[in-house]
Design a protein around this ligand. Structure first.
Ligand SMILES: [Zn+2]
Length: 275
């Protein structure tokens, strides 16, 4: 993906300090483990890269909100978001593992954990595990309305998390149905989510708007890798004014009702906003 790299803890600290100085409010971390296995056990290793990065960020850039992605797909050798039983993702067996991962991130100092897996019941499982382990103040940003689709392609390559068989449609949502999004959002709020996310953002502005207006909850919108890459690619060819299209794309997401935008443009946009 143009302008986007996997990073080390050292490099991350430099980028994060720069982001904070530009006015970016927070960062979200995705882990690339040294080794992957069937259950994704590196996800709850307290010394894995994400946990190390969280500790370093809280120490060196304390003003920055640190969010961690909680999922198993970056950690499993098959690239699915949960453990596999009989060729399918086993929802309930996955919950305990996600809870362990979230507790490990909270122990490292994460302000917000963000489950992106879409397993049923994972927000409740994570909330109770956090509370039991003394992390009542760690917030949950739930990926509540997450649509399967082609816009994730560049990220999957970057995170090395393309499923090795099948796809994720059985546990992501039907993009033609916006009532389902509202149901998923309400379930996550009932289970204890502090903030809900719509992903991707640009193609689902109506969902952002519905979620915001019908729940009043803090809404995050994730402008995903495909949305970012399309703008970058067109700008590189001189077909569009990259900065202006970037700002228009972000403004649309904000106008739809997003309180928080996750975007690969964060630093570039913050820089422009300061001018
Ligand atoms: Zn996943």
């Amino acid at each position: 993906m143009p302008g986007v790299d996997q990073t080390s803890v050292d490099e991350l600290l430099k980028d994060a300090a720069e982001a904070a100085s530009l006015g970016v409010g927070g960062v979200i971390l995705f882990g690339i483990p040294d080794a992957k296995d069937a259950t994704g056990s590196e996800a709850w290793n307290d010394d894995a890269p994400v946990q190390q990065a969280v500790r370093a960020l809280k120490r060196e850039v304390p003003g920055l909100v640190v969010i961690t992605d909680v999922c198993l797909c970056e950690y499993t050798e098959h690239g699915h978001c949960g453990v596999i039983r009989d060729g399918d993702v086993d929802n309930d067996a996955t919950l305990d593992l996600l809870a362990k991962e979230a507790v490990s991130h909270a122990r490292a100092g994460a302000d917000i954990v963000a489950p992106s897996d879409m397993m049923d019941g994972r927000v409740a499982a994570i909330r109770s595990a956090l509370d039991e382990n003394g992390f009542a103040n760690t917030a949950i940003l739930a990926y509540s309305a997450k649509y399967a689709g082609p816009f994730y392609g560049p990220f999957r390559e970057a995170a090395e998390s393309t499923p090795q068989f099948g796809d994720r449609r059985s546990y992501q949502m039907d993009s033609a149905n916006s009532d389902e999004a509202l149901r998923e959002v309400m379930l996550d709020i009932e289970e204890g989510a502090d903030m809900v996310m719509v992903k991707p953002a640009g193609p689902f502005l109506d969902i952002i708007h519905r979620v915001k207006s019908q729940t009043g909850y803090p809404v995050a919108a994730y402008q995903v890798s495909g949305e970012y890459s399309m703008i970058q690619a067109a700008a590189e060819r001189g077909w569009v004014d990259g900065e202006r299209v970037m700002m228009d794309s972000l403004m649309g997401i904000r106008r739809a009702g997003a309180d928080v935008i996750l975007t690969y443009f964060a630093r570039a946009a913050a820089r422009l906003l300061r001018e």
